[in-house]
Design a protein. Structure first.
Lengths: 327, 327
């Protein structure tokens, strides 16, 4: 079968939600178009503005970094080494390899070295789920590192499946406070916060994976071993079932939600006052920020037990273009 | 295992969403309690008010009729004979048998006799899906028959699964106009409309089926053969998957939605003006009502072809407590 756009090259991927099927070259143009359209629609990044890209080593974040780089943006990667056995080392290796191959600067933030423990230890000591602890610490790191390095915006690799699954979860539990904040571009609502953008929000997970494969990006294929029963995977699975029955379901669900925001909810009434955390000084809605609630029990445990891990542990292999970041 | 309520009789059914398991007698009380609670919460029916019950012959509608009758309400059933081969006759037979066994009055509205064709023919001639044609004609019949017989309220057997699936569909497609109308109790918004109530909205499909089985109600088990690929079945299936993972998902999703209505949408702004249909005089938002758009092409076809079917065809077997209804 021939590409439905150029009508010459053989089809590389079918896109049922767009009633089309494209060759590798036309699909590549489609992906770039969708990302450009998303960036423009939400005025995510100015052409001359340096962008910090949060990179896990998976298809989405490496695909995003590759795309922004190809599109001419000045980018720096930031990778949080979570210290999860049998997963995080491979993620760091692939992230460093991508940075090196593309001569792109990379900042690595190693939780073990910084706090004397990784996500698993933080989850244990703070009595949170691993996903909750990890998300809190990563969001904190992206913002703080970005701000201290002079960035005004951080981009993450969230795709349409991620956002649609999150929307479904928020609706099933009627988390209306989260609904009004679910935008692909969040402004800096405090002097210490930088903007957060999700340029891949118009592309499905399958499309981003196909892009990464066609671009021969060497990414971590495994899902994080801690997330195997996460609700978001359930939501993605049921949305994929519905998508299979009615192609375009996910796209309409999320993009039409965005078009209708804020859904009659008075967003000015939802405005929250941000304080500075009494422990670290970063913005928080309470007195002690989420990050400090996650890491404080761990650092206290480590100090009490004089654990040999912590700052000064074995360093990650140095790459010419990457730097390690310490608070 | 013993019932978690009375601690004596053996368990008949587990109710994971309530973290309990009940014997037959305690489950029966639970079902009656939930229906009473729903009726009271929405002031659906006054104790002294006669209720028209829409009865298809399935577990939900026969279960509802049985419940309302046991709870002391004065009820009359109304059954629409849809004329679907291999399905509608069995439905009518079981409905008539239930009415007769319980000495309850039943009105049967036979589409073939009334219009010279059933749901399949109506769908063909009006170029609608069978589900759309059927729903339109049934809602019309319930309201018109109810009003002409002096009822002010009609009850349908919609359960929690039906309502949660409908809510999910309305959200996936952001049909906000439908969202504001999705209540278990709709008021009479026009002099020719009667109230519509759904007393089973707090009970899952599985619970209503268990009730029908325990009450030895002989109901039609098969799904309607026309609905096999209906979206609502897909939505029910995915909600059941999520419910299996997290018991209580469906209940929270729908009941919390109701609690939060109208979701910041200004319901007065959504007020619609109802006109009277130029063909039949029943209320409609346009000029020709949905019912007439469905049945007019069929009756025109029949008149043009002088089809022998139509008023005067073979009558359904007469039951002592049932009457046939003609417009």
């Amino acid at each position: 079968m021939r590409c439905k756009r150029c009508r010459t090259a053989p089809v590389a991927i079918a896109l049922p939600r767009h009633h089309t099927a494209l060759c590798a070259a036309c699909f590549d143009r489609y992906v770039v178009d969708q990302v450009e359209r998303g960036i423009k629609q939400y005025q995510m990044v100015r052409r001359d503005e340096p962008v910090l890209v949060a990179v896990s080593g998976g298809k989405d974040s490496l695909g995003l970094w590759d795309l922004l780089n190809r599109m001419g943006y000045t980018t720096t990667g930031v990778h949080v080494q979570q210290g999860i056995d049998g997963y995080s080392n491979a993620s760091e290796v692939k992230t460093r390899a991508f940075a090196e191959a593309n001569r792109l600067p990379l900042v690595v933030h190693d939780l073990n070295r910084e706090y004397g423990g990784g996500v698993t230890a933080m989850a244990d000591t703070s009595r949170r789920s691993a996903c909750s602890a990890c998300g809190t610490v990563k969001r904190y790191a992206f913002n703080k590192i970005g701000r201290e390095l002079g960035f005004q915006v951080v981009a993450t690799g969230h795709n349409l499946d991620d956002e649609a699954a999150r929307l479904l979860g928020n609706l099933l539990r009627w988390q209306v406070d989260y609904l009004v904040k679910q935008s692909p571009a969040l402004p800096a609502s405090h002097a210490k916060l930088i903007r957060k953008v999700k340029p891949l929000f118009r592309l499905t997970e399958r499309e981003v994976a196909a892009y990464a494969v066609l671009r021969k990006i060497d990414y971590v294929i495994d899902e994080c071993p801690m997330s195997h029963d996460a609700n978001s995977l359930q939501y993605k699975a049921v949305l994929n079932q519905l998508e299979h029955q009615s192609p375009g379901t996910k796209q309409f669900f999320y993009l039409e939600f965005l078009r209708r925001q804020p859904l009659g909810v008075d967003s000015t009434a939802e405005e929250v006052v941000l304080n500075e955390c009494i422990r670290c000084g970063e913005p928080t809605t309470g007195t002690l920020c989420g990050h400090c609630r996650v890491v404080a029990p761990l650092t206290q445990t480590r100090q009490a037990g004089a654990d040999p891990a912590g700052p000064g542990g074995p360093g990650a292999p140095a790459a010419p273009v990457s730097v390690d970041w310490h608070a």
